[in-house]
Design a protein around this ligand. Structure first.
Ligand code: ZN
Length: 312
């Protein structure tokens, strides 16, 4: 069995052909923001899907279905975008499932990209064999998916698990979602960059690299830069704050951390693990695994196929 899988991000999308084991046979990617979303993302997806099928000589009638993983809040019942924290123009309201089903006459499933990544990790990734898992992606913002008793936690509309938007400070920094003090304002890579920038400004010192970004911060850490060490330690404590609470709420067997920073084992993953295990109640810490996610950039495409298989 072969499936078409489409992973729609805020800046680019990936299209691939996968088999029933989640192996990627062919894939391509393309921009969805080339004209600042004047062309609605869904129009780009429909056009690029045709080009992909033609380029690889794929006969759509040989495929068993279409799995879609997409940025924003997705109503998984209707396969429609019902919210977008990043305020992407012409995205909310996009009837992804209806348009693809109408055009290609195949079963279509649509889920949020962070949920898709969690499903993928549990299927063939680092959470394989675990019934209760939290998969959190730390990047510009924070996304996540929660697996409870082997199923993704959906909630009423399929939009549960907005792990970036629980408030850890009601007097805190205003968030794009309208609330204050959201977790991602303190625990995303964006937050770390902001903290390091402010500290250097406060000390009236130049940052010892051209640009302050995730990469240069971790490079400074390897050099033993004390200011960067101090800020990163506070940031990792912020991350642990949220993970401790999530552990007490969901009692997971494993927490997987994805995103660019998760490649840093000693400087990041190991430190997050230490801080979380030190602070959770003993029964919750028993056997709790905290590891880097495995599937990185392909997780969205892989999880989308599993979600389609799971729905029959
Ligand atoms: Zn928020």
């Amino acid at each position: 069995m072969k499936f078409l899988s489409i992973d729609i991000g805020g800046t680019s999308a990936k299209t691939g052909i996968l088999n029933e084991n989640g192996s990627i046979l062919t894939k391509d990617s393309y921009s969805v923001c080339f004209d600042h979303y004047e062309t609605p993302i869904l129009n780009t997806i429909l056009k690029e899907t045709d080009s992909f099928l033609a380029k690889h000589n794929i006969n759509i009638s040989n495929l068993a279905g279409i799995g879609v993983s997409a940025t924003g809040q997705i109503d998984t019942h209707t396969g429609t975008v019902i919210g977008s924290a990043g305020h992407i123009k012409n995205w909310i309201g996009s009837p992804i499932k209806d348009k693809l089903a109408e055009k290609y006459h195949l079963p279509v499933s649509v889920i949020n990209d962070a949920d898709s990544a969690a499903i993928a990790e549990q299927w063939i990734g680092a959470a394989k064999g675990h019934k209760n898992a939290i998969v959190i992606t730390i990047g510009t913002g924070i996304g996540g998916g929660v697996i409870v008793n082997s199923s993704i936690l959906e909630g009423k509309l399929g939009i549960a698990g907005e792990l970036g938007h629980f408030s850890i400070n009601n007097q805190g920094i205003p968030c794009t979602c309208g609330n204050r003090g959201c977790y991602e304002r303190y625990a995303s890579t964006t937050a770390l960059i902001q903290m390091v920038r402010e500290k250097y400004e406060q000390l009236s010192k130049p940052f010892p690299a051209e640009k302050i970004n995730g990469r240069s911060i971790f490079h400074q850490l390897t050099l033993g830069n004390p200011i960067v060490e101090e800020m990163t330690d506070i940031w990792i404590s912020n991350i642990a704050d949220g993970l401790v609470s999530l552990t007490h709420i969901f009692n997971p067997e494993i927490i997987l951390i994805g995103g660019g920073v998760s490649a840093q084992k000693e400087l990041f993953i190991d430190k997050v693990r230490q801080k979380v295990l030190r602070r959770v109640m003993p029964q919750f810490a028993e056997g709790l695994l905290i590891e880097a996610a495995l599937l990185s950039n392909d997780a969205g495409m892989i999880g989308a196929v599993k979600a389609l298989l799971g729905t029959g």
